[in-house]
Design a protein around this ligand. Structure first.
Ligand code: ADP
Ligand SMILES: O=P(O)(O)O[C@H]1O[C@H](CO)[C@@H](O[C@H]2O[C@H](CO)[C@@H](O)[C@H](O)[C@H]2O)[C@H](O)[C@H]1O
Length: 464
């Protein structure tokens, strides 16, 4: 494709008005739509950019829309209601059968009247336009495509949209690169770019190093739209692998230990690359109070959690009590939502960590705050438990041995074993299990029994 096709043109007037009725139906049905259960009352256009000169065959628009909901925004929420979504909209006279799953709808008025609008990420040419823009460091309207100078992006890589269940949308280019297009976007520094970039520049090989990224500059703020990373060919994620080994009754401790080592390598590199802080009495109390607050919120939303609240709360008050003893901890940038599904094992057996955006529902500022590294460790320990409870076959002691091996691997690299800090570990594991109860109740109610079994375990004091 020649560079000349990528031009800076703003969108035709009336574009959003003509798409509005179609988006009302289509957007809430998307896996990545964050406002599920809240009826959409309409959309406002945040930005639209024409990426290709529209001809009868194909029109291509990069669109940022804000979805408005019936509910009033929560007190203290940002003044703009609803979430902002990134869409790549194609317009054709008719959709070929291969693009049927991408259909948004038939446009009846406005600049696209008579054409069919569709999610253009499913289509080869539009996906090529994005890679070409990244390769050439293009500027298109308010869109900025950046690239790491030392990473070569070849031409002619064939794109395919990933079909995995995910919170965003990813396109794989010739099994060489993967472009993750963030769907719900927020202004500010995005940890999904910030942390892999910092790790790569620190020389940490445990994370695919960003080769390029897309940003929208709007009203004086930058919004990260997507990140291009090397694709780990033939990789299996830790969740898939754990379930596979469980089904065969196989031991997973060697992998768990390797995962512990990989986590510790990432943590030590993050502590070198980005600021750390010391948590003293006040901050530790704040941490414990935040956990108690989250427990109360989750119990309010999920009645099944309520009988366990008094016992779970003791994990957090114990953390508050530690604060009174005058001990301090170091907090640093962490992954923030680490679980087996965020770990990729290459065919040679090497583990990488991905998806550094943190817990998606949390505000950006909170996700970027330094935290005790035990937060990630607790996430992984919960994940071994999840795998053991989700597998068809039961392998006695599987989760416990993986959890122990993971901590051993972590200690081998970090120099300190998380099990030597049981109060901190229990508080974080309990906090994660509470988060999971709420997450499953909202997103996958048939999985609720998994974190609830952990809640029962964590509510029962360990024998002395
Ligand atoms: N660098 C990569 N190489 C190979 N596969 C990847 C890579 N990055 C992500 N993936 C695959 O894409 C999936 C979704 O990526 P992820 O970053 O978790 O997206 P999301 O935030 O949308 O859930 C992962 O589960 C993994 O299978
Ligand atoms: O991968 P995401 O960043 O979207 O994370 C969210 O979804 C995860 C599920 O896909 C969820 O993880 C929970 O389920 C996993 C098994 O599917 C399990 O391995 C994790 O331990 C468990 O927390 C994650 O919590 C949520 O933020």
């Amino acid at each position: 494709m020649s560079e000349a096709v990528i031009r800076t043109v703003t969108s035709p007037p009336g574009l959003l008005a003509s798409l509005d009725p179609l988006l009302r139906d289509w957007l809430p049905r998307q896996r990545w739509f964050a406002g599920k259960g809240r009826p959409v009352t309409g959309f406002s256009l945040v930005a639209a950019t024409e990426l290709l000169p529209s001809d009868a065959r194909l029109g291509l628009y990069h669109v940022l829309v804000r979805a408005h909901h019936q509910l009033a925004p929560a007190p203290g929420a940002a003044e703009e209601p609803g979430d902002c979504y990134q869409l790549l909209i194609g317009a054709r006279e008719a959709l070929p059968p291969r693009l049927a799953p991408a259909l948004i709808g038939h446009v009846t008025e406005g600049p696209l009247a008579g054409r069919t609008a569709y999610d253009a990420l499913y289509d080869t040419r539009p996906a090529e336009v994005l890679l070409e823009a990244l390769r050439t460091g293009a500027r298109i309207g308010g869109l900025r495509f950046e690239r790491e100078p030392d990473q070569e992006i070849r031409t002619g890589l064939v794109p395919r949209l990933m079909t995995a269940e995910q919170s965003n949308s990813s396109v794989v280019y010739g099994d060489t690169f993967i472009l993750k297009l963030l769907r719900r976007i927020v202004p500010g520094i995005n940890p999904d770019l910030e942390l892999p970039l910092a790790l790569a520049r620190e020389g940490c090989p445990r994370v695919p190093a960003p080769a390029g990224w897309m940003v929208a500059d709007l009203a004086g703020r930058s919004w990260v739209l997507g990140v291009l990373q090397p694709y780990v060919q033939g990789a299996t994620d830790g969740w898939e692998l754990a379930l596979r080994e469980l089904a065969k009754g196989e031991d997973f401790t060697a992998e768990a230990r390797a995962l512990g080592r990989a986590t510790a390598e990432v943590h030590t590199a993050l502590a070198r690359a980005l600021p750390t802080v010391t948590l003293g009495h006040g901050q530790l109390r704040q941490l414990a109070d935040g956990m108690i607050e989250r427990l109360d919120e989750a119990a309010h939303a999920v009645p099944l959690l309520r009988p366990y609240v008094p016992a779970l709360r003791t994990a957090f008050t114990a953390l508050g009590d530690l604060a009174a003893e005058g001990r301090t901890w170091t907090a640093q940038r962490v992954h923030g939502d680490l679980h087996l599904g965020q770990c990729l094992r290459s065919p040679s057996g090497r583990w990488s960590l991905i998806d550094f955006e943190g817990e998606p529902a949390k505000p950006l500022a909170e996700r970027r705050m330094p935290q005790p590294p035990v937060r990630d460790i607790a996430g992984m320990l919960r994940s071994f438990d999840y795998a053991a409870h989700s597998a068809d076959a039961s392998v006695p002691g599987w989760a416990d041995s993986c959890r122990a091996a993971y901590c051993t691997g972590y200690a081998e690299v970090a120099g300190s074993d998380p099990r030597t800090d049981p109060v901190m570990l229990r508080a974080h594991e309990t906090d994660k299990a509470v988060y999971e109860v709420l997450y499953e109740a909202r997103h996958r109610s048939d999985w609720l029994a998994v974190p609830l079994s952990a809640v029962r375990r964590l509510s029962t004091p360990e024998p002395a």
